[in-house]
Design a protein around this ligand. Structure first.
Ligand SMILES: *Cc1c(COP(=O)(O)O)cnc(C)c1O
Ligand SMILES: [Zn+2]
Length: 412
């Protein structure tokens, strides 16, 4: 086996089972690879010859046997966003678009594919999660395909599209009266008492590794080069540090050369523990009580907050928090310029990028990748009352022309 677990803080080694906290210092456990062994198994050519999914990077993912699910997850488009770049006043901008990830239209299909495969390998029959919405749908979908029992725990105020998007796969859905942080606390107890496999709790070390593929793909899709700046939304803090971890694995394996990119956190002002920690010079974010329409990233006490803050500081990045109106403007700006419909989390990322450029934190003449992680069709109610309303007319050309205010035979 080429991987094991290791404490992020004190580096104590652990076997690759469903462990997630260090019994010596309470630090989080992470997957550690034997990179000398991995190096023999991976090259640009082997990756290019692999499947068009996250599993093309399999030597850097923590499974022992064959991938069990996510055979079409990942390898999402990296869109060169020239019209958005122009609006933001920058030269080179890309959108890494996980709003079209398979099968549940968010970045979560990457992390769940790895956690679910590992859950099967470790003998779990119940696959579960604590979710802000997208994770519930992804866990339920992958569990259905694998024939696993499934329980998803959510806050009881989620958007209907997110609840239906999980319910359709027929899991047990437990809506907890409380916010995500209450849900997560309960799930930690359930994992302990019932021995269920929770994607983002006791299987979290494996789950987190799946997020590295977001970074791997950015590098490969940029023709094995590195962008200068990457803006990522932050919820529990899995994605942002793993994008960097993935990129640094590629750098240390000699798969790509160049300077480490700067990474930036995008959060809603109504839930910005990481941005506040950066501003206040804290190592560990202080928990906040979330209040924002960006529900999928409304986590007040991020499990990996420390890793996010240290990743940003070590690369010379920064954070930006944006208000509710700016989130909706961000959704519309991405839609109008690039034809991509994202959910409020994506609106946060677009608005935060705009702010970082306006503040002069991100310079206009260097390459930028923004991380669009969720799909707008799940949260249509967020845009209620905005945008053009349909013009209702009768069935004749005269009705149309009357509505247009033109005359028959007139100019188009
Ligand atoms: C889960 C999620 C994120 C990021 O969450 P992390 O816990 O920080 O990895 C970002 N965007 C969307 C849409 C999500 O569902
Ligand atoms: Zn430790």
């Amino acid at each position: 086996m080429t991987f094991s677990l290791r404490c992020h803080v004190c580096h104590a080694p652990f076997p690759a089972t469903a462990l997630f906290v260090c019994d010596k210092c309470m630090g989080p456990l992470e997957v550690h690879f034997d990179y000398d062994a991995v190096k023999l198994q991976i090259s640009r050519e082997s990756i290019a010859a692999g499947p068009r999914s996250i599993w093309r990077y399999r030597p850097l993912l923590p499974i022992e046997g064959e991938p069990r699910t996510g055979l079409h997850s990942g390898f999402t488009p990296l869109v060169k966003a020239d019209r958005l770049a122009k609006r933001l006043g920058v030269r080179e901008l890309y959108v890494k678009d996980d709003s079209v990830n398979h099968p549940t239209c968010s970045y979560k299909d990457r992390v769940v594919s790895v956690a679910a495969t590992r859950a099967v390998e470790l003998g779990f029959t119940m696959f579960a999660c604590a979710s802000t919405g997208n994770l519930a749908g992804s866990v339920a979908s992958h569990a259905a395909r694998l024939g696993l029992d499934c329980s998803v725990f959510i806050p009881d105020n989620l958007e209907p599209g997110k609840v239906t998007g999980a319910a359709v796969y027929n899991p047990r859905i437990i809506a907890v009266r409380g916010n995500y942080d209450d849900v997560n606390r309960l799930c930690t107890q359930v994992a302990d008492q019932y021995g269920w496999g929770f994607a983002n709790i006791n299987l979290r070390a494996y789950y987190a590794e799946g997020a590295k593929t977001y970074g791997f793909e950015i590098v490969e899709q940029l023709g094995w080069t590195l962008p200068r700046h990457i803006v990522s939304p932050v919820a529990g803090g899995t994605l942002l540090p793993r994008i960097l971890k993935g990129i640094n694995e590629f750098r240390s394996l000699g798969l790509v050369e160049g300077e480490e990119p700067r990474v930036y956190a995008a959060q809603a002002a109504g839930c910005a523990p990481v941005v506040k920690a950066l501003d206040e010079g804290l190592e560990f974010p202080d928990p906040v009580k979330p209040d924002t329409i960006a529900k999928s990233i409304a986590i007040g006490n991020p499990a990996d907050g420390f890793q996010v803050v240290s990743a940003i500081r070590s690369t010379g990045g920064a954070g930006a928090m944006v208000g509710e109106d700016a989130i909706l403007d961000g959704i519309e700006l991405l839609a109008e310029t690039e034809g991509i419909f994202t959910e409020p989390a994506g609106g946060v990322t677009v608005a935060a990028t705009k702010q970082l450029i306006e503040r002069g934190v991100i310079p206009p003449d260097e390459s930028i990748v923004i991380c669009i992680t969720g799909n707008g069709y799940k949260t249509v109610e967020a845009l209620h009352g905005r945008g053009p309303v349909p013009i209702h007319i009768g069935r004749s050309l005269a009705d149309f022309e009357a509505a247009m205010g033109t005359q028959a035979g007139g100019q188009r």
